[in-house]
Design a protein around this ligand. Structure first.
Ligand code: C5P
Length: 406
């Protein structure tokens, strides 16, 4: 079911547009709200009246329509949705999407949206196989755009080949995979926040982590239906809804709580765990002048590495173990090394040098490194975006790998 989920459906100009009417019908039958945008070319294939009758919504067509802008501007149109679907997606709209061209309402909304995008390409097989289209689609995918189809079959011109738009039922399945609890029945463990390593009852060693990213990830996974345990160090972030949250202080407590949460299907270690802790904790507040309080006498020992520990568990290793690599320079190179040394499957690498404002801030820029036994390390560049959007994107990415297997 897609109850109360919102889909912005862009119908561009291809003969397959008639199938989009059936898609609207099936999305509505599943409980989704469908807001349609019809391009000028799309209007040559289906009428605004048929689209709006099925969607029971106004059809948006014109970027410069005064009534549209006064009722709902194109930015709101692009953002007030859970998913943007482009069906059919012509070679032309894919090229515009890849190059950031925004010359009508549909392409402007696509450029302005911060929501996930699913495209259902439909075109003649030569156009599909053309290097330009293949390059556009590969780029769009590397930016996180999801695709369904095209299929092999008879094309409008009487030719046979690849280029037919996926059937509405298949597009619906793809929409459900993104929006409809694809992580239902999947167990997740997320770590978040800093850890506090006590020196005495008053003082501790910590770092500037806010917990924003980890908490957002826990919430995003729960929204996709996962059964999430969030193990968090001290953070002022609100506990995400629908998540069972365990509060800890030290790295060793965090490790214990993580092991208690096993078995899980996937683990995302977003916590900025303190690498060291004072060797001994003083039972009473240290006083000025006490030798043991002098920094030179503050002996530190290494904390356990939670991510690496989870990645080498013998009988209950999560299927997917995901870590972060916060670096101030040579971000990807360090992340690549960390992927190997920690034994995890994915690393989200981010630049936390002071000028980025990432640590403690609201935004992040991610390079996703994935390790695959057969194809080696893959790297995806994600655009700079809010931690909330990164969380949603990560949860969807996990859902695509694990959701189908659940
Ligand atoms: O080694 P480094 O701290 O850069 O590695 C970062 C990744 O390892 C993050 O995913 C972090 O949550 C995890 N980590 C951990 N336990 C530690 C140190 C880091 O789980 N003691």
């Amino acid at each position: 079911m897609l109850s109360n989920l919102r889909v912005l459906l862009i119908i561009s100009g291809g003969i397959a547009a008639y199938k989009s009417l059936e898609l609207i019908r099936s999305l509505k039958a599943e409980g989704a709200h469908v807001r349609p945008i019809l391009t000028k070319a799309g209007r040559e294939f289906v009428t605004p009246l048929s689209v709006s009758s099925l969607a029971r919504e106004k059809v948006h067509e014109d970027l410069f329509s005064l009534t549209d802008e006064s009722e709902i501007g194109h930015i709101r149109l692009a953002r007030e949705t859970d998913l943007v679907v482009v069906a059919p997606a012509t070679a032309d709209i894919l090229a515009k999407m890849n190059h950031g061209i925004a010359d009508d309402l549909a392409t402007t909304a696509l450029l302005a949206t911060d929501r996930p995008i699913l495209v259902a390409p439909a075109m003649n097989s030569r156009m599909w196989e053309n290097a330009a289209t293949q390059c556009n689609i590969a780029n769009l995918k590397s930016h996180g755009v999801m695709t369904v189809g095209p299929a092999l079959g008879e094309l409008a011109e009487g030719e046979f080949g690849i280029g037919r738009m996926a059937e509405p039922a298949e597009i619906l399945l793809a929409v459900e995979a993104v929006l409809g609890n694809p992580l239902s029945g999947v167990r997740a463990l997320v770590t978040s926040g800093p850890t506090y390593e006590p020196i005495d009852p008053i003082r501790y060693i910590a770092n500037r982590s806010s917990g924003k990213q980890g908490h957002a990830i826990a919430g995003a996974c729960a929204r996709l239906g996962a059964d999430v345990t969030l193990v968090t160090g001290p953070s002022t972030e609100a506990e995400p809804l629908g998540v069972s949250t365990v509060h800890v202080e030290t790295a060793r407590d965090m490790l214990r709580a993580c092991i208690d949460a096993l078995p899980v299907d996937f683990a995302i270690c977003a916590a900025a765990v303190s690498d060291w802790r004072p060797e001994s904790v003083h039972g009473q507040k240290l006083k000025k002048g006490q030798a043991a309080a002098l920094p030179a006498n503050l002996r530190l020992v290494e904390n356990p590495d939670i991510l690496a520990t989870l990645a080498v568990r013998e009988n209950d290793r999560p299927k997917l173990v995901i870590g972060f690599a916060a670096e101030t320079h040579d971000v990807v190179a360090y992340a690549r090394a960390k992927l190997a040394s920690k034994g995890c499957d994915w690393i989200l690498a981010n630049d936390v040098s002071a000028e980025t404002g990432t640590f403690g801030g609201d935004h992040n820029k991610i390079h996703l490194l994935t390790r695959d036994v057969e194809s080696g390390v893959g790297i995806e560049e994600w655009p700079q975006s809010s931690k909330r959007d990164i969380a949603a994107r990560l949860a969807e990415r996990v859902a695509r790998v694990l959701g189908a297997a659940a």
